[in-house]
Design a protein around this ligand. Structure first.
Ligand SMILES: NC(=O)c1ccc[n+]([C@@H]2O[C@H](COP(=O)([O-])OP(=O)(O)OC[C@H]3O[C@@H](n4cnc5c(N)ncnc54)[C@H](O)[C@@H]3O)[C@@H](O)[C@H]2O)c1
Length: 368
């Protein structure tokens, strides 16, 4: 099978699972080179995962062998790196968020479209076994017509475990830009395009104290809202409520539920690839666990990159694509815009639901 050469920019905390899956699990990807501003991190990745070369990002842009740039840098570097990579003729897959603003994201999509390049990005958890099973249940009519949904991501913040958590509290961080993509991407994949958004946001603390080991005790400024509550109206008529928070000590609410005229679907944590998927129908017998219909239940980060590689080889539209990531970026910005304007935010972008994953996939491949 042809392997598409990938240049990875950013060898930090999340890079390990990408290196591991792109070198060992997916059959159509080869990590050709890695880059990091901190050369020691790139060297450690080369050593650990047997990557062929260390390069600078600028060297990657000139390297004809590299077809996809995988951008795993922190959020404020997403737009400039993606832009340069697209302008150099590379396909681009970027960790979330696509950019810091809708305008930046729309500009990237425009460049990609004009140049006939693929653009897309995280999350790809919605392609995993759990949410693919939910998608099949909805598409096959098990819950009837979707009416509404709830989505809750509440935690006490990432400064307790991430070694360099500063970026989570800068512009482009916060719980909506950090965790919202998993929830919103899953909702758009299950229910389709969003027409209207309203939101309210708050920033209860202006400073946070790092309690993870390396920087224990360091006080960091907060530049972004850390508790975001909002509502979404989908084109299909369904209405969803969502909360994302870095200010909640503990919560008992489910991650995500979808309500239909014939049943309720309990969706697994959209930051994971597996189950459990639970369904309750009108027979009154309560929630029952539904066996997963698809593969990739384990941590399969990079599945969206492999899907993009498949499109590089065979043509087609990558599922974690520009239309979807841009739509999700616009929704994330809309919670603040709605509050500032004290009105519903009317979405500019539209999004077709991505093609569902095939249940015939063989591990390591992504079948159309
Ligand atoms: N850590 C997680 O659990 C996690 C999970 C999912 C997604 N993400 C996302 O992945 C991205 C990276 O997160 P992380 O936790 O790995 O951050 P990190 O700070 O641990 O790593 C980022 C790396 O990118 C490098 N970098 C930054 N700008 C660069 C540039 N211009 N050129 C080359 N290298 C550059 C940094 O030196 C650093 O090594 C973020 O967008 C984050 O939201 C992180």
């Amino acid at each position: 099978m042809r392997k598409v050469n990938i240049g990875v920019v950013g060898c930090g905390n999340i890079s390990g699972i990408y290196f591991s899956n792109l070198t060992k699990v997916f059959l159509n990807t080869n990590v050709y080179a890695c880059a990091d501003l901190d050369r020691e991190r790139a060297e450690a990745a080369k050593e650990k995962y047997g990557i062929e070369k260390i390069m600078t990002f600028e060297e990657m842009l000139k390297c004809d062998e590299i077809e996809i740039i995988l951008n795993l840098t922190t959020p404020k570097s997403h737009y400039p790196i993606c832009k340069k990579a697209l302008e150099a003729g590379k396909h681009v897959y970027v960790e979330k968020p696509l950019s810091l603003t809708y305008e930046q994201g729309a500009e990237l999509k425009k460049i990609a479209d004009e140049k006939g390049l693929l653009l897309g990005g995280a999350p790809d958890t919605f392609l995993g076994a759990g949410i693919s099973t939910c998608r099949k249940l909805i598409d096959d009519g098990y819950i009837g017509k979707p009416i509404g949904a709830t989505a809750f991501m509440m935690c006490k913040g990432h400064e307790s475990w991430h070694p360099d958590p500063e970026f989570y509290y800068e512009k482009g961080g916060g719980p909506m830009f950090d965790m919202g993509p998993y929830y919103l991407t899953a909702l758009v994949n299950l229910l389709g395009s969003v027409d209207y958004v309203c939101g309210m946001n708050t920033m209860p603390r202006k400073e946070r104290i790092i309690t993870s080991e390396k920087k224990y005790g360091k006080v960091i400024p907060v530049e972004t809202d850390t508790h975001v509550s909002g509502m979404l109206k989908f084109s299909c008529g369904a209405v969803a409520s969502i909360i994302t928070s870095f200010d909640v000590i503990r919560s008992n609410l489910p991650r995500m539920e979808i309500y239909g005229t014939k049943g309720t679907l309990l969706v697994p944590d959209p930051n994971t690839f597996g189950g459990p998927v639970m369904l309750a129908t009108a027979d009154g017998s309560g929630f029952k666990e539904i066996p997963l219909t698809h593969i990739y239940a384990e941590n399969s980060r990079g599945l969206g990159v492999s899907d993009m590689a498949d499109c590089v080889i065979n043509g087609g539209k990558n599922r974690a694509g520009a239309e979807l990531t841009l739509h999700v970026l616009e929704i994330m910005t809309a919670f603040k815009a709605s509050e500032e304007n004290m009105s519903y935010y009317k979405m500019k972008s539209k999004c077709q639901r991505p093609e569902p994953m095939s249940s015939d996939n063989i591990k390591g491949t992504v079948l159309p």
